[in-house]
Design a protein around this ligand. Structure first.
Ligand code: UD1
Length: 418
C-alpha cells in the first residue's frame, strides 16, 4: 500500500461531545464529526430527546437543543453502543434525571459501570438499577470529591458532564488522561463550563448554572491514525497519514520504530514505511499515554509477520482476544493464557472466511486480509462501520482491494437517519 490518507474526526471524542450538546441552551455547531454508524445512532438518540439537528455537510452539523422532550432512552438504540452511557451524565446535568438501559457496546468481556454510579452518588444523585434500566435522579447536583478506583474513560466523561452543571466544585482524581477527555473539556468550556486539568489525572470542575452555545471542531481520530500506521508496517507499504496530532501517536510511533519500521513525524502528518523485516516485540496495553487497547488487535496482526516470539499483554479488557480464533483460521500461530497472547510470528497468513466480533477486531482482520495470500471474506463486517468512515474508499485509494460484497440499495441509503 502506498499513498496519502486523511484521518477522520475522532469517534470517541464525538461520542462524548454529542451528549454534551444536551447541556447547551443555544445553537451548537460541530465540524470534523466522523460519519460513522455510532455517531448516527447517537444523533438519532439526540433527535428522540428533542434536539433539532441540521446537517451542513458530511462532517458538519448544527444543533438546536433548547427544548427537550424527555429523559428516557429507547433500549433498541442504546444497547448498540457503550457511549450511550454518557447520556446518564448529560441528562442528569440538564434535567436532573435520566433513565438509561444498562449500556451495551463491543463485547470485550465484563464492562461494569460501578465507577460512573459511585461518582453520580458523590454528586448527590440517587441511583437504582431495575429491570435492566439505570434510573438516576437528583433534586440538586452538588460538587464533590471523587477518587476513581480504576482509570475509566467512560466514568471520567460522565462525571465531567454531571459536575459541569453541579453546584460548587468537583475534584475528580485518578481521572483518565485520554485526548478525547481534553477535547470534551474544551467543548464544555466553550459552552461556558469551568473545567481545569483535563489531560492530567486530577480534573477540577466549577459547576455553572447555564451553558450557552459553542463552535467546535472534533480532534482527529488517533485510533484510525494508528490503524493506518500499523497497516503500513504490516503490508510493507509507504503511507503518509494526514490530519493527525503526532503527540497522540507517541506510543504507536515508538513501538513501530522498535519493530524496524521507519516513522517520520511532521507537524500534522506521519509517514510510515517498511522495507526490511519486522522484529518481534512485546506490547502491553495501558491507559493513555500507554499503548491503546483499541490498537491491540492490529498490533497482534502486525506481530504475526515478525520473525520469532512476541508477547501481548492486554491490561484493560480481559475479553479482548476474540479476534485470535479468526486469525488462527488464517494460519496465525497464537496462544492465549489469561491476559497474555504469545505470537509465534514470521509465517505468511492465508486468506480465509472470518467473522468480525467487534469494531477493532474487524479493522485487524481487514488488515490481516491485506497481508494474506488469497482472498479474505469478512462476515459481520458492519461492526467496522461503527468506527471507520469511508473505510473501503480509503484503503482502495492506497492500492488495496477492499470491497463490500453487497452494495446498499438506494432505498436503504434513503432510510438511513441523517
Ligand atoms: C473507552 C472507549 C474504548 C476504549 C476504552 C479504553 C469510548 C466510547 N470507548 O471505553 O474505545 O477501548 O475507553 O481506552 O470512548 N471499569 C470498571 N468500572 C467502571 C468503568 C470501567 O471497572 O465503572 C473498567 C473496565 O472494565 C475496563 C477499564 O475500567 O477494564 C477501562 O474502561 P473504560 O476506560 O471505562 O472504557 P470505556 O469508557 O468503556
Amino acid at each position: 500500500m502506498t499513498g496519502r490518507v486523511k484521518v477522520s474526526g475522532s469517534k470517541n471524542a464525538a461520542l462524548a461531545i454529542l451528549p454534551a450538546v444536551l447541556l447547551a441552551s443555544e445553537k451548537v455547531s460541530l465540524s470534523n464529526v466522523p460519519d460513522i454508524t455510532d455517531v448516527r445512532t447517537m444523533l438519532r438518540i439526540l433527535e428522540g430527546l428533542g434536539v433539532t439537528i441540521r446537517r451542513r455537510g458530511r462532517n458538519a452539523l448544527d444543533f438546536y437543543p433548547s427544548r427537550l422532550r424527555g429523559h428516557a432512552l429507547p433500549y433498541s438504540l442504546v444497547q448498540k453502543m457503550r457511549a450511550s452511557s454518557y447520556l446518564m451524565g448529560a441528562l442528569l446535568a440538564r434535567l436532573g434525571r435520566a433513565t438509561v438501559p444498562v449500556p451495551g457496546g463491543c463485547d470485550l468481556g465484563p464492562r461494569p459501570i460501578d465507577q460512573h454510579l459511585k461518582g453520580f452518588a458523590a454528586l448527590g444523585a440517587r441511583c437504582e438499577i431495575e429491570h435492566g434500566l439505570v434510573k438516576l435522579e437528583a433534586e440538586k447536583l452538588r460538587g464533590g470529591h471523587i477518587y476513581l478506583d480504576v482509570v475509566s474513560v467512560g466514568a471520567t466523561v460522565n462525571l465531567m458532564l454531571a459536575a459541569a452543571a453541579a453546584e460548587g466544585r468537583t475534584v475528580l482524581e485518578n481521572a483518565a488522561k485520554e485526548p478525547e477527555i481534553v477535547d470534551l473539556a474544551n467543548f464544555l468550556n466553550a459552552m461556558g463550563a469551568v473545567i481545569k486539568g483535563a489531560g492530567t489525572d486530577v480534573i477540577k470542575i466549577e459547576g455553572v448554572k447555564r451553558f450557552g452555545g459553542a463552535v467546535h471542531a472534533v480532534i482527529p481520530d488517533r485510533i484510525e491514525a494508528g490503524t493506518f500506521m500499523l497497516a503500513a508496517a504490516a503490508t510493507g507499504g509507504d503511507l503518509v497519514i494526514g490530519e493527525v496530532i503526532p503527540k497522540h501517536m507517541e506510543a504507536v510511533t515508538a513501538k513501530l520504530r522498535e519493530m524496524g519500521a521507519e516513522v517520520e513525524v511532521a507537524p500534522e502528518q506521519i509517514r510510515v514505511r517498511r522495507k526490511g523485516p519486522l522484529l518481534s516485540s512485546d506490547v502491553k496495553t495501558f491507559p493513555y499515554p500507554g499503548f491503546p487497547t483499541d490498537l491491540q488487535p492490529l498490533a497482534m496482526v502486525l506481530l504475526t509477520a515478525a520473525e520469532g516470539t512476541s508477547v501481548i499483554t492486554e491490561n484493560i479488557f480481559e475479553g479482548r482476544f476474540r479476534h485470535v480464533d479468526e486469525l488462527k483460521k488464517m494460519g496465525a500461530q497464537i496462544k492465549i493464557e489469561g491476559r497474555t497472547a504469545v505470537i509465534n510470528g514470521g509465517g505468511t497468513l492465508s486468506g480465509a472466511p472470518v467473522t468480525v466480533t467487534d469494531l477493532r477486531a474487524g479493522a485487524a482482520l481487514l488488515v490481516a486480509g491485506l497481508m494474506a495470500k488469497g482472498e479474505t471474506i469478512l462476515s459481520q463486517a458492519e461492526h467496522i462501520y461503527r468506527g471507520y468512515e469511508k473505510i473501503e474508499e480509503k484503503f482502495s485509494s492506497l492500492g488495496a482491494y477492499v470491497k463490500p460484497l453487497r452494495e446498499r440499495s438506494s432505498e436503504e441509503v434513503a432510510r438511513e437517519p441523517l
